[in-house]
Design a protein around this ligand. Structure first.
Ligand code: GDD
Ligand code: MG
Length: 382
């Protein structure tokens, strides 16, 4: 079976992080998010994967090449303009083999979904489309799916108002499709901006159309681990869950395990007076100074530096992040070369963009700092 990964979205809710990297390449436990998705596909014997790339399309191929290092064969299909989810699938039709069932995966989903069992159900029902489902408390940010007792889909409503949602089962962003459905995807209009309710998306176009035609669409309900990493809070949550072992399978971290749950890359130095409590992954050539305290789940990229008496707790830091003496950073995300001045406290899912500089003694909670922005020193507290 072949798979299409939809990785062309702009990841607007994750800005400024997604201004420098597309969402599928954001690191999770120090590996690009996509590694974790490809790992799952590979576990289920899916080795032919096409990446439908658009936004920052040039970032993917240098990093992934032909995919052989991850045991998959990767193909790239680039969209010059965003085609939206439906037409993005149609656009790679020539890559699909004749009349074989294929898989479509939203490129921002962390899951340990049993794809093999999903395929079994798809065949059993003779479905033209099977949508993986997960149950959430507030379905209004997702595609809501109503089914009959056999699990046959009756209605699909993308992002309804909360009070109008009629089910807690939502589209989990993984579909098995028969090639015949491709004929029902409408051609995009020549527009610069994608308007809402567009017929060439899977969600507003294809699914409602298949239902209108009376074709068999089934839901595949599971309690598998599932998270869309589309916002900073969810991105952090994904790393916490992954590193705490909440998924059934886990890609082993890169580097060497120094002690229980603490991994470090080549050239990384941890002072004997520092304390690192796992799960923690440190990249290459990091320095952790005396009396620093790091508490997992956390990940630091390559060439990061943590000053004396600094405290880091549950963070994601990309490469070359610097934390000054007595900095105290918790549950937040730090882009490449983010510089955190001494004594600054950052928490509450703050996002510090690449090359941003936070002067000494700042207090940030739940704030976003843009790429290259610089905050001056603040007075130290008495
Ligand atoms: N190639 C390509 N071209 N990919 C795209 C495009 C495009 O024009 N637009 C979006 N994508 C990709 C995104 O990169 C992402 O991986 C996936 O399609 C879904 O887009 P999101 O922007 O993340 O959508 P969403 O999270 O609001 O909603 C979708 O996912 C939910 C589950 O997480 C919908 O499918 C919902 O129905 C679903 O519940
Ligand atoms: Mg999403």
């Amino acid at each position: 079976m072949k798979a299409i990964l939809l990785v062309g979205g702009q990841g607007t809710r994750l800005r400024p992080l997604t201004l420098s990297k597309p969402k599928p390449l954001l690191p999770l436990a120090n590996r690009p998010f996509l590694d974790h998705v490809l790992f799952l596909l590979n576990l289920h014997g899916i080795s032919d994967v096409v990446l439908a790339v658009g936004y920052r399309s040039e970032s993917f191929e240098p990093q992934y090449g032909d995919g052989s290092h991850l045991g998959v064969r990767l193909h790239y299909v680039r969209e010059d303009k965003p085609l939206d989810t439906g037409w993005a699938i149609k656009n790679v039709e020539s890559f699909l083999a004749g009349n074989e069932t294929f898989l479509v995966f939203n490129g921002d989903i962390l899951t340990d979904l049993d794809l093999t069992d999903m395929l079994r159900q798809h065949r059993e029902h003779g479905a033209v489309c099977t949508i993986s489902l997960t149950s959430v408390d507030d379905p209004s940010a997702y595609g809501v799916v109503d089914m009959d007792e056999e699990g046959r889909v009756q209605r699909f409503t993308e992002k309804p108002k909360r009070e109008e949602a009629t089910s807690n089962w939502i589209n989990a962003g993984t579909y098995l499709l028969e090639p015949e459905v491709l004929q029902y995807i409408s051609e995009p209009q020549l527009l610069d901006e994608i308007p809402p309710g567009r017929p060439y998306s899977v969600e507003y176009g294809l699914f409602p159309k298949l239902l209108e035609e009376g074709l068999p669409i089934y839901g595949y309900r599971t309690g598998a681990y599932w998270l869309d990493i589309g916002s900073p809070a969810k991105y952090l949550q994904a790393q916490t869950d992954l590193m705490s072992g909440r998924l059934k399978y886990n890609l082993p971290p890169e580097g060497e395990e120094l002690w229980q749950g603490v991994w470090a890359g080549e050239g990384t130095f941890i002072d004997s007076g520092a304390r690192v409590t796992g799960p923690a992954v440190l990249g290459r050539n990091c320095k952790v100074r005396a009396n620093a305290a790091l508490t997992g789940p956390l990940a630091l990229g390559d060439n990061c530096e943590v000053g004396e008496h600094a405290r880091l707790d549950g963070i994601i830091a990309w490469d070359k992040a610097y934390f000054g003496e007595k900095a105290d950073c918790r549950q937040s995300i730090f882009g490449n070369n983010a510089q955190i001045g001494e004594g600054s406290h950052i928490d509450g899912v703050s996002v510090i963009g690449d090359d941003a500089t936070i002067g000494a003694n700042n207090r940030l909670s739940g704030e976003k700092v843009d790429i290259g922005e610089s905050l001056p020193d603040s007075e130290a507290e008495g």
